[in-house]
Design a protein around this ligand. Structure first.
Ligand SMILES: Cc1cc2nc3c(=O)[nH]c(=O)nc-3n(C[C@H](O)[C@H](O)[C@H](O)COP(=O)(O)OP(=O)(O)OC[C@H]3O[C@@H](n4cnc5c(N)ncnc54)[C@H](O)[C@@H]3O)c2cc1C
Length: 441
């Protein structure tokens, strides 16, 4: 039963307290508007997405998060490195070498800790962030979203009305599902299995915190190797969904088989202790056709997610949270909450995601960083720009022509994200996350 005596009115409601929701809510509250944020879990809670990329720095700066990051125990990350199927290592792409600046160092974060820091930081900026409160649905007035219906842990249901509702519910994609705006990527169709190790191999000095991307011998998949604090390492394999999961054993068997197919990873974890069970996920590459509609905005994974390669997820959550917040604040100040105002940042975000997506698709289709840089040494900086997440300027588009010049005969540029997923394929899609026993989402 709905408890109407507890109906509230605020300027903005945010659904979800992950990095996207925490960012948008903080930046809106910073400008003096009232924001309520509802998070269905109690933090700290597990989340994947541990490797940050340098361009997160500027959003973290606006959020006043930098002192907290700098005094945290998170491992400092200076570079990313690629290891080919034959075990050949590219030179590390040091962010500093390309363009020395304060953001050239970033972090490998334990997300339960990072997300809690971000949410508490939002509270410090005046956000009323309520944990253990699930948003059941949005409240509509005709075509317009005017609030949310929430349920707390006691089961009590109430409505909260807002001028704008921001959906930052992650892969749950509350509004994307409601308004059926999700498009599954026609090209990216991967899954992942991962676990955590203690005492695995670590480089030293400025390489200690590097993300290493290691291709399996057959080139069917790749491993991420992400060093975390407390001597832990996150090690996961990503490969096409059918290859990874169909006709294979359980997640443990799949993982062990893939480690056998990647001797460089096997060597790195040979003397390590496994400290969790196996995690797995699938069908995470999609985008919404709209960033905004009447009274609503979607950000972070609730708008779209590409792929774990290049670790762009948290950056895009932070950037979209920032872009949306700026548009909402301007709209509230000017009393213009039209769809055009709320979604004015959509084209720019989409263009940035398209650039990262192209680099992702090229890698899956044979692109070799080492060979490219040997052929076009003058473009090393532009490739590094993409890897640090500097996605919103045309300068990075210089790389596509030279990349195409290295294509084997008949190869074409990857299809666009909205070029059409066959309906029979789309019908089988379902984002799924499997966690080991005892770990909360
Ligand atoms: C295998 C894999 C590896 C990845 N590796 C990386 C990486 O190395 N680096 C990187 O940057 N990114 C990575 N990502 C992506 C990253 O995990 C996400 O992009 C990022 O967490 C998105 O943040 P968000 O705030 O949009 O969503 P989330 O972090 O998912 O937060 C959404 C929140 O909303 C809450 N919520 C959901 N529904 C409701 C509801 N109805 N009511 C209230 N609350 C609700 C959830 O509990 C959750 O806390 C990876 C993703 C995958 C799948």
């Amino acid at each position: 039963m709905i408890d109407t005596s507890r109906r509230d009115h605020v300027d903005v409601v945010v659904i979800g307290g992950g990095p996207a929701g925490a960012t948008a809510s903080t930046l809106i509250a910073q400008q003096g508007f009232t924001v309520q944020l509802f998070e269905r879990e109690r933090f700290p809670r597990f989340h994947i997405g541990e490797s940050l990329i340098p361009e997160t720095y500027w959003v973290l700066q606006r959020l006043n998060m930098l002192p907290k990051m700098k005094s945290s125990r998170f491992i400092k990350k200076f570079s990313v490195q690629f290891v080919s199927a034959k075990g050949k290592q590219s030179a590390p792409f040091y962010f500093w070498d390309n363009k020395p600046q304060e953001c050239s160092q970033t972090w490998q974060v334990v997300r339960s800790e990072f997300d809690m820091m971000m949410l508490n930081n939002a509270r410090e900026h005046g956000v009323d962030a309520q944990e253990g409160v699930r948003v059941l649905d949005v409240v509509m007035d005709g075509e317009r979203v005017v609030g949310v219906r929430v349920q707390d842990e006691r089961g009590d249901v109430r409505e909260v009305h807002a001028k704008v509702v921001v959906d930052a519910s992650g892969q749950s994609g509350l509004l994307m599902n409601k308004f059926k705006t999700r498009i599954w990527d026609p090209q990216l169709n991967k899954g992942a299995v991962w676990t955590y190790w203690e005492g695995a191999y670590r480089d030293v000095g400025r390489d200690e915190g590097a993300t290493v991307v290691l291709q399996t011998e057959s080139r069917k998949g790749w491993f991420w190797y992400i060093p975390l604090h407390d001597n832990r390492v996150s090690v996961g394999v990503v490969a096409p969904f059918d290859y990874l999961f169909k006709g294979r054993g359980d997640h443990e068997q799949i993982y062990r088989e893939e480690v056998e197919r990647c001797p460089v990873v096997k060597e790195r974890i040979a003397n390590a202790k496994q400290i969790t069970g196996y995690f797995a996920t699938r069908d995470y590459s999609y985008r919404s056709t709209q960033v905004a509609g009447p009274g609503w905005v979607t950000i972070g994974d609730a708008f779209g997610f590409l792929d774990p390669l290049y670790s762009s997820g948290v950056l895009l959550a932070l950037k979209s949270g920032e872009m949306a917040a700026d548009a909402i604040v301007e709209g509230l100040q000017n009393e213009d909450l039209s769809v055009e105002q709320l979604g004015k940042w959509g084209p720019s975000l989409n263009q940035g995601i398209d650039r990262m997506r192209r680099l992702v698709c090229e890698y899956y289709d044979g692109f070799n960083f080492g060979a490219f840089v040997r052929s076009f040494p003058q473009l090393r900086g532009r490739i590094t720009d993409l890897l640090i997440g500097d996605l919103f300027e045309e300068k990075v588009d210089e790389v596509w022509g030279p990349m195409e010049s290295l294509y084997p005969e008949k190869k074409q540029a990857p299809p666009l994200w909205n070029s059409g997923t066959p309906p029979e394929v789309a019908a089988t899609k379902r984002t799924e996350l499997h966690l080991p026993k005892g770990i909360k989402p």
